[in-house]
Design a protein around this ligand. Structure first.
Ligand SMILES: [Zn+2]
Length: 386
């Protein structure tokens, strides 16, 4: 069973210097690989060229080799996304070189990390070539660590997401279909296949009824029998809503778990949900987290992987070219200068799927990243979605 843990990192000045250095060398490497790709180099040739790059640019030796290899994976995952867009008849450009500061994440896969437990408040995450970074382990990790992804947020905060595999192994599904789901107000769920689902009309009717009954309740005289009666009425509508909502959420989560082997959703804990007092909004907040809860336990029992990603910017980033396309909540269409023009929620769900795949080590198991020694074998896994 796979579990992803998120921890805030508290790097020292010295740590941070190296973290930024690593991000920048990742960008440099990505651009070099893209250059190679443009010169018609094959995937395994590019993998090999990393060794040459290190000779040419010795400072790359100060970055863990798996971290650089992941950039080749990233390049091909971007390429697949591009060709998928093309196949769907969208107008797309070529992959672009990335400017300074573009990359916010890097990953260690299988090697290069260690957790050092301390007696103090802070434990340490030891990353090869970077050092020991203080963090607070607010949750015990179960199982063996498979991948560590470090991410820098615009707020300046650093996080590590740690993917573990534990022994209690449910037979992993053979279903290779992958999906990203965007949760929203207009559509309850919108996925990367273009399907969207709204909560049932009956639920909306009950919500209207609840609002009506609550208004009536407010008008009843304090301590009166009528007020007590009305309270019960309101409680009943509440119950009905819970049942209708759970029924919908069970059906929807069941549908996704039965249809897909890999599901990426947003991590609501880190989403910047607006805490307003609107009833409809507070109910949808609860529905989203319940949906994910239902999805997770159903998935766990079915051997389906669910990955939670930080939803920040998923509605703004272009799922085809990676540029930021600012838009207000009212704008329902994502229109990018690269030519991509799709529903904003579809764009967001594709981004969620991409982030989920990046965070998970799932795609790597198919040999997408061979070790340096095995790099001669052709590992084109072009059948991957995205
Ligand atoms: Zn674009």
């Amino acid at each position: 069973m796979k579990t992803t843990y998120q921890f805030r990192l508290y790097p020292t000045k010295e740590n941070e210097k190296k973290l930024f250095f690593t991000l920048d060398k990742c960008r440099f490497t990505y651009n070099k690989l893209l250059e190679g790709l443009n010169n018609k180099k094959k995937r395994n040739e590019l993998q090999h060229s990393l060794l040459e790059l290190k000779e040419q640019f010795p400072e790359l030796k100060d970055v863990h080799s798996k971290v650089l290899q992941m950039k080749n994976y990233r390049l091909f995952s971007n390429l697949r996304a591009l060709s998928k867009s093309k196949k769907q008849g969208r107008k797309v450009g070529a992959l672009r070189f990335k400017d300074r500061g573009f990359f916010k994440t890097f990953s260690y896969n299988q090697t290069g990390y260690e957790i050092i437990k301390q007696k103090t408040r802070y434990d340490k995450l030891k990353l090869s070539k970077i050092g020991e970074i203080p963090f607070i382990m607010h949750r015990e990790i179960e199982g063996k660590i498979k991948q560590v992804t470090v991410k820098h947020y615009p707020s300046g905060k650093w996080y590590a997401s740690i993917i573990c595999e534990s022994k209690t192994e449910v037979q992993k599904t053979t279903n290779e279909k992958k999906v990203g789901i965007d949760l929203g107000i207009k559509n309850f769920a919108f996925d990367s296949e273009g399907n969207h689902f709204d909560s049932p009309k009956s639920l909306h009717n009950s919500l209207d009824k609840l609002a009506r009954e609550q208004r009536k309740l407010a008008k009843k005289r304090k301590g009166s029998q009528n007020k007590e009666k009305q309270k019960i009425k309101v409680a009943r509508v509440h119950e009905k809503i819970t049942n209708q909502r759970d029924d919908f959420l069970h059906k929807l989560s069941r549908r996704y778990v039965n249809t897909y082997g890999f599901i990426a959703v947003e991590d609501l804990k880190v989403s910047n949900m607006v805490r307003n007092q609107s009833l409809a909004k507070s109910i949808s907040d609860v529905s989203w987290s319940r949906f994910i809860q239902f999805l997770e336990y159903k998935a766990e029992n079915a051997g389906v992987q669910v990955v939670k990603v930080n939803p920040r910017y998923t509605s703004q980033i272009c799922s085809s070219c990676g540029d930021i396309v600012k838009k207000s909540l009212q704008e329902r269409t994502h229109r990018c200068s690269c030519g991509l023009e799709i529903d904003r929620d579809l764009n967001a769900s594709i981004n969620i799927l991409k982030l989920g795949l990046e965070q998970s080590f799932e795609p790597l198991e198919s040999g997408a990243i061979p070790s340096e020694r095995k790099a001669t074998s052709d590992d084109e896994s072009g059948s991957q979605r995205l």
